[in-house]
Design a protein around this ligand. Structure first.
Ligand code: MTE
Ligand code: HPA
Ligand code: MOS
Length: 779
């Protein structure tokens, strides 16, 4: 790709890099954006409900569905025996995830049968009438339980090693061993899982699915029906949030709706209610990090040896790449001269955990930040000083090698942190907080400034490809389609900006159309924050091809040189003549110019050898830093975030308004993960936090009282990405660690900052209070 293709100077009136509103913003807030449940139902649409296991691990002895079948409104009941193709929806090809369990169940809440009825209510009521006999088998639901039972794994662990960690740990002046538990997280997308399957002639079927991965839903539907991919079309206009929870978890609902629709030759809609959704879909992995860190009196890290264990649930799903990404981020922004990292993807009798914003990365970073805090408290220093001392070096220094042997080439973390430290007045505020705490018996404050370095690319190299389709119609209006999906993040707007910019037309001229496997095939999930990098480039490639043909046409028709054809806002200059864009397009049609093109992009430079633990898994890194100040009540454990300042690197922003929204949203979602959101399973393996009554996501009132978010405006991607931008979706989630560490400092004040609090995540008020009580006894 020619680097000069992308202007680095601002384009007058050009829409790329402009802070345009989300194309559907006004529809989101007025309730006029159509989600799948808003699509008019075809006549005779049926609805589904699930029959779930009420055992965590058991053999199924018998299933009696007679009462279900005769319940009011029931049209049919599906079991694993009724799947015409394969009773398997494992996205990994490991065949470890049946669509409906037949011989045994492996978690409390696993689907065993599905009911199809005239109404959703009838389907759900009927599902409760089944009589299922089980023979219980031993079960365990958490990391300790798995370790006590021989530590069974769902995928092979990954090991990263560089240098001589064992000898260096022995040799170093100081050493700390510890352990930290990190909780999981429910996605809590506002629009739950949903699919609408509409059967067609022969084997054909159309499935509307709320999914981040239409191509995978297509493949799953074909697989369970035992038909070819080309008989299945999957469509997704938008999701009401995905957050990783719709990367694989939509497969079940789409597959079941499709099986029922083909069997009954009627449209079938499947929309579980919130409790069912929370019970049967996977969540963020909780982790246990066991670390051994060696350092010197200055606080410089010499070596790290750490194990990252994860609760994966009963099947692999995405646990392999999730635990891999945890290891890829176990360095946070720090150079480990000698390092040994191991993942431990543990099998548990719980729902299979899955992608969630950050994809294991946040858990990896939190472990690293705990090690930094430990070192700081051990030496009686400000954790920020230890952070800065251990940052990766600049290119050319001998401190740029990651544990996976990729060099950090584009390091801007020191600059980001220094700018934020000074703009938020960190040093003075920290001193003021220490002074405040000395005289405040009940309320204590804390402040922390934490960095983010996040690797961008799917670590599975093949996924880093994308396609797009662009048509220009005779009236000069443009139709855009690409493989990415819209979940509120603004991808459709950004990609439309790219196309509008290429032709120098107003964004309104570009019609953004629903993602469909029929227009762009073999797409990857919209995930790994790479949506605009991949699809933006693919759309650019398609638009560029048409633009080339238009330029050729102008040269022929006007008998001018290429240098005399210029795309101006909504018009062209051709020789001495100014021609409106639509007039020109119509002329091109009459000149028989092909006004449609398919574009393609694959990320260059990346490769990864998991066996060897070596390669360049990431095309580049996105950076950022946040400084948060909190107050805790040492009598109740309650807390408030008083202020947060963020400086974040998105390269040259494709759309600063959307990017700031992503940073704010990611940060608050991360705060929820680290503070109030707690998943809890009882001894029977039943998830007891399956509704908003017991599971607490952040409220609007939980946002930092003062919230200053800025983009690092000087940043430009060193790699020739679309518009020199950087990915934004997931990295800001990690910024919330500043809140966690600020709470930790407020707790530490109770023992005069002499002990690093053993605070596990989430730092719920109960955990904060217990940590305070522990320290009171020590202090
Ligand atoms: N923003 C909104 N509003 N809704 C979402 O579901 N998902 C996040 C992030 N931002 C999400 C979001 C996740 S997990 C990812 S991977 C990215 O968006 C995916 O989109 P992108 O690649 O276009 O950034
Ligand atoms: N991130 C997000 N989703 C993914 C990844 C990844 O690295 N790999 C496979 N699915
Ligand atoms: Mo995002 S967790 O990669 O869907």
């Amino acid at each position: 790709m020619d680097k000069s293709t992308f202007t680095t100077k601002p384009i007058i009136n050009g829409p790329m890099h402009a802070p345009l509103r989300h194309d559907s913003a006004h529809k989101h807030v007025t309730g006029t954006a159509d989600y799948i449940d808003d699509i008019p139902e075809p006549i005779g649409t049926l609805h589904m409900g699930l029959g779930l296991s009420d055992r965590a691990h058991a053999e199924i002895v018998s299933i009696d569905l007679s009462a279900v079948e005769t319940a009011p409104g029931v049209v049919c009941v599906l079991t694993g025996e009724d799947i015409p193709g394969f009773n398997d929806v494992a996205s990994t090809g490991r065949h470890d995830e049946p669509l409906l369990a037949t011989k045994d169940v492996q978690f409390h809440g696993q689907p065993i049968f599905a009911v199809v009825a005239e109404t959703r209510d009838q389907a759900r009521r009927a599902a409760r009438l089944a009589r299922i006999e089980y023979r219980d088998l031993p079960h365990w639901t958490d990391i300790d339980g798995a370790r006590d039972n021989g530590a069974p794994l769902v995928v092979e662990p990954m090991v990263l090693k560089r240098g001589e960690p064992q000898t260096e740990i022995e040799k170093a002046p100081l050493r700390i061993q510890g352990s930290m538990s990190i909780g999981g997280q429910e996605h809590f997308y506002l629009e739950g899982q949903i699919a609408l399957a509409i059967p067609g002639e022969d084997e054909d079927i159309i499935v509307w699915s709320s999914t981040q991965h239409p191509s995978e839903v297509q493949h799953m539907v074909a697989h369970v029906l035992g038909i070819a991919n080309n008989a299945v079309e999957v469509r997704t206009r938008r999701m009401g949030g995905g957050f990783g929870g719709k990367e694989t978890q939509g497969n079940h609902f789409a597959a079941l709706a499709a099986v029922a629709a083909k069997k009954l030759k009627r449209a079938v809609k499947f929309r579980p209610d919130r409790d069912e959704d929370m019970t049967v879909t996977g969540k963020r992995h909780d982790f246990r990090v066991d670390y051994d860190v060696a350092f010197d009196e200055d606080g410089r890290i010499h070596a790290v040896d750490a194990t990252y264990a994860a609760r994966c649930g009963f099947s692999a799903d995405l646990s392999g790449p999730v635990t891999d990404r945890a290891l890829f981020h176990a360095d946070s922004s720090y150079f480990y001269p000698h390092v040994h990292l191991t993942s431990q993807p543990l099998k548990t009798h719980t729902v299979s955990n899955t992608a969630f914003r950050g994809f294991g990365g946040p858990q990896g970073v939190l472990g690293a930040e705990r090690m930094i805090e430990e070192i700081a408290y051990a030496l009686g220093k400000d954790p920020l000083e230890i952070r800065k001392l251990n940052f990766y070096g600049q290119q050319g220094s001998d401190r740029t090698a990651t544990p996976y042997h990729q060099e950090v080439e584009d390091n801007v973390i020191a600059r980001i942190v220094e700018e934020l430290e000074s703009s938020c007045d960190y040093q003075a505020r920290r001193q003021a907080i220490i002074d405040f705490n000395a005289n405040s018996p009940v309320i204590r404050k804390g402040i922390a400034l934490t960095p983010v370095k996040f690797g961008i690319s799917f670590t599975m190299t093949a996924y880093n490809q994308a396609g797009a389709l662009v048509h220009i119609y005779q009236d000069g209006s443009i139709h855009l389609n690409h493989g990415g999906t819209e979940m509120g993040q603004g991808l459709y707007t950004k990609v439309a900006q790219v196309v509008a910019d290429t032709f120098q037309v107003d964004i309104d001229r570009v019609k953004i159309t629903a993602t469909t496997t029929g227009k762009v095939p073999n797409t990857s999930a919209t995930a790994a924050s790479s949506g605009s990098d991949l699809n933006g480039m693919a759309a650019y490639d398609a638009a560029r091809q048409i633009k080339e043909r238009l330029i050729d046409f102008a040269c022929r028709q006007w008998e001018v040189d290429r240098s005399e054809v210029e795309f101006l806002p909504n018009r062209l200059r051709i020789g001495g003549e100014i021609v409106p864009f639509d007039t020109f397009v119509r002329a091109a049609y009459y000149g028989r110019v092909h006004l449609s093109a398919a574009g393609f992009y694959k990320t260059p430079k990346i490769h990864w050898d998991r066996e060897a633990g070596r390669g360049r898994p990431f095309y580049y890194f996105s950076y950022g830093a946040a400084c948060s100040e909190v107050s805790i009540d040492t009598l109740t454990g309650e807390y408030l975030v008083d202020r947060t300042d963020i400086l974040h690197d998105v390269g040259r922003s494709l759309n600063p308004a959307l990017d700031i929204g992503q940073i704010e949203g990611g940060f608050v979602q991360g705060m929820g993960w680290l503070t109030t959101e707690e998943l809890w399973w009882d001894a029977k393996g039943r998830l007891r936090t399956h509704a908003p009554s017991t599971y607490k996501i952040p409220l609007a009132s939980d946002r930092p009282k003062e919230f200053n978010v800025k983009l690092a405006e000087w940043s430009e991607n060193a790699e020739p990405t679309i518009g020199r931008s950087k990915a934004v979706g997931e990295p800001p989630f990690v910024l919330a660690i500043s809140v966690f560490e600020a709470i930790s400092m407020a707790v530490a004040s109770v023992a005069d900052y002499t002990v690093c609090p053993r605070l596990d995540a989430p730092a719920t008020p109960e955990r904060v209070l217990m940590a305070v009580e522990r320290l009171k006894q020590m202090g």
